[in-house]
Structures are given as structure tokens and as C-alpha cells.
Design a protein. Structure first.
Lengths: 336, 316
């Protein structure tokens, strides 16, 4: 498979001298054509700067950017075969929805009839038929989001960059848009580069995830790989809930110097054969599961207990016995 | 846990103050009325009242023999507006206002764009001060400064001579309609000073409107394939139009109403402001001055209507 996007040692430093900030530091990354790739990381981790360097809005201070086999490191945004869905949608307020969607065709001097037909097709694709005559201010946030998507797709780019596009939507709408985006990507076969700080979004939508922290790629892998075998302590913490054990607690509970134990892999049981025991210090009800925190081996271990029929949840103060399989423990390298 | 005791809310005032505050809190209309009464009185009585008095005067006439205003309603003043000399002054003023507005727009736009999108910190402050500084000194001082600059033996002629560019000024002054014996006695000179005087009134609103355009809107345009000039024409210009319209209302109406600049700098041809000034001052013909002062009001009205029809305010 050909690479849709290749980053080769890409770095970006803002400012000079003592006040310089290294936003992105030596990122190597290859995104395959047709892939749904997500860059996941906390705010300020540099993931948006990576997207801006691919889009051409920020120029890298080191390394090279390739799109579809072409070196575009210093190419302006309008000369790149990528389109962006901006976080704030960035619709043109003075144009109708139809003119917004048809803008990429207008600047390419496509005739008006074709433009309007294509704009209607794209609006139908994002399930917004018949709003073409309205202005962006007359649409809701979710509708504007769809218009931005239609506008970015109308010129059939090789790669679509999405910068936290669902951040401003409420939970229900966000979940709906997640599955729609995923379905759209499968149908069109376009490479999606999705930026988010939401781990659920990243895990549920992506073919592969790159986890970003402090300007560096911490781990690259499928959702299952990064969840089951996080490469670093940061990844273990950031993706899903995790008990990260270190020092004495890690040695006595798992036999490793540093290890991760997912809360949902822990069950309650008899004293016989238990891995750990201790008093419950906190009980939180989450609906589908109940999270308890247990004091043991000088630390607090959290366990997520599924809401099985007839299950009786422990009370705070009650002593419980924790069980888990050997496979539930993932050793983390001590260096990280 | 840290204990932090919030101080108790201050006791509510008793008696009349409390009753007054309760009344204003529950009766929002009354509060609004109290707040708006002074500006509405000012605007309604003093401003609109004097304007209406002026317009009413336009329908009276001056008795040429006694020099007294005759309070009989008639349209003789409006007929007099169409005298060739008066039409000439109106036409000259309107053409000048259009030229000044266009020149101010062209000069202000790059400066405003730079100030809004690129200048940061000290460079922005320096540009702000550079634009505003002339407004801090007297209009007359600046006007006479220009008289010195533009005079035949003035700084500009001197510099042109040193640079061997005197021929350029000669050629400009030889141009019919705008030329004259020297820059300070030519329509060209009047135009230069008008543009200088009103430029800040164009820069500031245009800058404010460009500042309001989110950076992502311009990035989106480039991202979707528009080269910089297309982005400028399709996105920046339409979104900056309300600012240009606001600025042009200033430059246009200030030029229409001014009577001092063309008197100090320019040939002796008359502008609307000068005609009004002479009629009400020297001639004491207030009715005719009032009728003539309607011309700029009508012109501005037509201008705003055209601007609206052309979509200048669509991005508001």
C-alpha cells in the first residue's frame, strides 16, 4: 500500500533562544492510504501542530512532510491534496451553505451548474439536504459540523484532516457523528487523520492510533495494542483506566518493577487463592459497572465490577479479596 | 480539609434606599427609562430639534430688500440650488468626496490589514499611535503645516528639486482640472490634505473589521484551494466591507461638510461647506444655507442606500 502521509523526522519549534518552545520533536510517521488514523493526546501535546504542518498552516522547523509521494514540506496549503475540518468549522459567514460547500469548486473555476449539483450531492451525503440557501448562522452546531465536512470532501482530497471536529457537540450527537464519520470513511475510502483528546473516540473509530505526549509519539498501534500493551506509563494512564503499580507494591502484587493492571480484569472472590486483600475505601456507581478502590500493599487498587444480575456490591470499610489472571498484568519498562 | 469562612453578605440598606433599589430591580422598564432619558433628551431635543429647525428654515426665504427672513413656506431656495454655480459646487464636492473615499480605502486597507493580522506588541502600539497621533493636535495646526509643505517654496518643492523631480510636480500642476499655480493652490493639494485628514477614520474601522475575521476562516480558504488573491477577494474583502462602509461614511461625510480645508488649501473654487458658510454668515441668508446643507444629507442617504444594495452590510 502506498503511504498517504509520511512524516520524516518532523519537528516544530516556536520562538528563538531561551524562550523557544519545542511543540513537536522528531516525529516519524507513515499513514497508509485508506486508513483511519487517530492522533490521541492531551491538550498542548503538539498533536494539532502536527496536523497544521500536514495542512500547511505551520511550517516545520525540521524534517520533511510527504503527501501521496510528494514532498510538500514548504508547499502552501492551497497546493496540498489535503483538506481540513476545523475545530470551529470555519464556515464563511457571508456565503450561503451551498456556496460554502461549493467553495473548493468555485476557486477551481468549475461552472455554476456543476458546482450547485455537486454541493447538493455532498449535502445529501452528510444528511443535510435542502439547507443550501441558508446561512451558517442559521444552522445548529451539529449541522455546521456536517457542512464543514461536506465542504472538505467536495474536492475529493486524498487525505482529510479532522481537528477535534466533535469537541463542541453534546454527547449524544458526538456518538452519532462518530459512527457516521466511520461509515463515511469506509464508503469513500479516503484517508482520515483524526485529532482528538478523547480516548473513547480514538479507540472506537480508528484503524491505528498514535499517542502523543509532550511533542513526541509515545506509541503507535491498533486500538487493541495500545489498550492491552501500552508501551509507557503515560499511555497506560491516558488510554482507559489503569492501575499503574511501581516499587514495592508492584513487586509484591505482580513480581515486576513496574506494571499495569486494568480495573475490569480484577474480580472479587474467596480468601483462598486471592492475589490481594484489603478494605474498600471508596465505591463509585457508574451504571454499567461499579468502581471500588481497595487499600492493599501500601497503595490503592481500583477494580471495575460489572453490574451482573443480583450482584451485591461491597460497602466502604468492608474487606475484599481481589483475584486476577497472570495475563491481566502488563509489565511496563522501568525506564519510561 | 482547608476551612475557609466566606464573609457574610453585607447587610441590605434599610429605608428609602432599599425601597428605591427594590423598585428599580423589579421594574426594569423604569430603570431603562431613567438611564436612557438623558441621552434621548440630548439627541431628541438638542440634536434632532436643531436639525428640524434648520430644515424648516429651508422653506422660508430671505427678503433681498430688507435682509429679513420671511416666514412663508415656499420652495424658492430649492429652485436656487439648481443655479449653475450651486450645481457646480455640489458636483465638485461630491466628486472630491468620492475621490477622497477611494484614496483613503486604498491607502488604509494594507495598513489596517497589517495592524490587525501581523503587528504584535510594540509594533502594534507604535502603529496605533502613528494613526491616532494627528488627531491629538489641532486640525488647524495640521492644516497650516500642510500649507507650508505644499507651498511653492515649501518642503515638497524643495525635496523634489533636490531629487531632480521638479518636472514631476510641474507636470502634475499642468494637468487641467486638478492643477494650479502651486500645490497649495490646486485641487490636487486640497485632495492630498483631505486624504491626510480623514485617513485615520478609515484605518480604524477597517482594522476592527479585519480583526474580527477568525484566522481559521482564512486558513480554511487556503486549505480548500484558494490562492492568496482569491482568499482576499472572496473572503477578506467581503468580511471587511462593513468596516470599509463605516470608514467611508466618515471620509465621505467629513469631506462633504468641510469648509476650512478648501479655503486654506486650493484654488478659489467653492465647495458645499463654503457656500453654506458664506450664505449664513456674510450674506445672512440662513434659509438658503439650510437648503444647501440638505444636499450632503441627501447624498449620504443615497450613498448608504447604494452601499446596502451592493451588499456592503451583508457580513454584519
Amino acid at each position: 500500500m502506498t503511504a498517504a502521509v509520511t512524516l520524516d523526522g518532523v519537528g516544530c519549534t516556536f520562538g528563538h533562544g531561551a524562550g523557544a518552545v519545542r511543540a513537536v520533536d522528531g516525529v516519524d510517521l507513515t499513514i497508509a492510504a485508506g486508513e483511519f488514523f487517530t492522533l490521541l493526546g492531551p491538550s498542548g501535546s503538539g498533536k494539532t501542530t502536527v496536523l497544521r504542518m500536514i495542512g500547511g498552516f505551520t511550517l516545520p522547523t525540521a524534517g520533511r512532510v510527504w503527501i501521496g509521494g510528494q514532498d510538500v514540506t514548504l508547499a502552501p496549503p492551497y497546493a496540498r491534496a489535503v483538506n481540513t475540518v476545523f475545530q470551529d468549522y470555519a464556515l464563511f459567514p457571508h456565503m450561503s451553505i451551498r456556496d460554502n460547500v461549493a467553495y473548493p469548486l468555485m476557486v477551481r473555476k468549475v461552472d455554476r451548474a456543476t458546482r450547485e449539483r455537486r454541493a447538493e450531492e455532498l449535502l445529501a451525503l452528510v444528511q443535510l439536504p435542502g439547507v443550501g440557501a441558508r446561512r451558517p448562522a442559521q444552522l445548529s452546531g451539529g449541522q455546521r459540523q456536517r457542512v464543514a465536512l461536506a465542504r472538505a470532501l467536495i474536492s475529493e482530497p486524498q487525505v482529510l484532516l479532522l481537528d477535534e471536529p466533535l469537541g463542541a457537540l453534546d454527547l449524544k450527537l458526538r456518538e452519532q457523528m462518530q459512527s457516521e464519520l466511520k461509515a463515511l470513511q469506509r464508503r469513500l475510502g479516503i484517508t482520515f487523520l483524526f485529532i482528538t483528546h478523547d480516548q473513547h473516540e480514538a479507540l472506537s473509530m480508528s484503524d491505528r492510533i498514535g499517542i502523543f505526549n509532550a511533542g513526541r509519539l509515545e506509541q503507535l498501534g491498533t486500538p487493541r495494542q495500545v489498550y492491552d500493551t501500552p508501551a509507557t506509563r503515560f499511555v497506560a494512564h491516558f488510554v482507559g483506566a489503569a492501575n499503574v503499580l511501581e516499587g514495592e507494591a508492584a513487586r509484591s502484587l505482580t513480581g515486576h518493577a513496574q506494571a499495569m493492571l486494568r480495573p475490569e480484569r480484577i474480580t472479587l472472590g474467596e480468601a483462598v487463592g486471592a492475589r490481594a486483600a484489603g478494605p474498600v475505601c471508596e465505591v463509585q456507581f457508574f451504571g454499567a459497572f461499579t468502581r471500588i478502590k481497595v487499600e492493599t500493599a501500601g497503595t490503592r487498587v481500583q477494580a471495575d465490577l460489572p453490574l451482573a444480575p443480583g450482584a451485591v456490591m461491597p460497602e466502604p470499610g468492608q474487606t475484599v479479596h481481589l483475584h486476577w489472571n497472570n495475563g491481566a498484568v502488563h509489565a511496563l519498562s522501568a525506564a519510561a | 480539609m482547608n476551612t475557609f469562612a466566606l464573609p457574610p453578605p453585607p447587610p441590605r440598606p434599610a429605608g428609602l434606599r432599599r425601597r428605591a433599589s427594590d423598585l428599580l430591580y423589579t421594574r426594569r422598564g423604569l430603570l431603562l427609562l431613567l438611564l436612557l432619558a438623558p441621552p434621548l433628551l440630548w439627541f431628541g431635543v438638542i440634536y434632532l430639534g436643531s436639525l428640524i429647525a434648520l430644515l424648516a428654515n429651508a422653506f422660508f426665504r430671505l427678503d433681498d430688500f430688507t435682509g429679513q427672513v420671511v416666514r412663508e413656506v415656499g420652495v424658492s431656495n430649492f429652485v436656487a440650488l439648481f443655479d449653475p454655480a450651486n450645481l457646480d459646487a455640489a458636483r465638485r464636492t461630491i466628486v472630491m468626496a468620492i475621490a477622497v473615499t477611494l484614496a483613503c480605502t486604498v491607502l488604509a486597507f494594507p495598513l489596517a490589514y497589517f495592524m490587525a493580522r501581523h503587528a504584535r506588541g510594540w509594533s502594534k502600539a507604535a502603529l496605533y499611535i502613528a494613526v491616532m497621533l494627528p488627531l491629538w493636535s489641532s486640525y488647524l495646526v495640521r492644516l497650516y503645516a500642510w500649507k507650508l509643505l505644499l507651498a511653492k517654496e515649501g518642503a515638497i518643492s524643495w525635496a523634489a528639486e533636490r531629487l531632480h523631480l521638479s518636472w514631476l510636480i510641474e507636470a502634475l500642476l499642468a494637468t487641467p482640472l486638478v492643477g494650479g499655480p502651486s500645490l497649495s493652490f490646486s485641487t490636487l493639494g486640497t485632495f492630498i490634505v483631505f486624504v491626510y485628514m480623514w485617513l485615520p477614520f478609515m484605518v480604524l474601522p477597517v482594522m476592527a473589521s479585519i480583526e474580527r475575521i477568525p484566522a481559521s476562516t482564512l486558513e480554511a480558504s487556503a486549505d480548500l484551494g484558494a490562492p492568496p488573491l482569491t482568499t482576499f477577494r472572496r473572503v477578506v474583502l467581503p468580511l471587511a466591507m462593513p468596516g470599509v462602509a463605516a470608514g467611508s461614511i466618515f471620509t465621505f461625510s467629513l469631506t462633504l461638510g468641510d469648509y476650512i480645508i478648501p479655503q486654506v488649501i486650493g484654488d478659489s473654487t467653492l465647495y458645499i461647506g463654503q457656500v453654506v458658510y458664506r450664505q449664513q454668515g456674510v450674506a445672512g441668508n440662513i434659509p438658503f444655507a439650510a437648503a444647501f446643507s440638505l444636499v450632503p444629507i441627501v447624498v449620504i442617504g443615497v450613498y448608504l442606500w447604494l452601499a446596502k444594495r451592493k451588499g456592503a452590510f451583508d457580513a454584519l
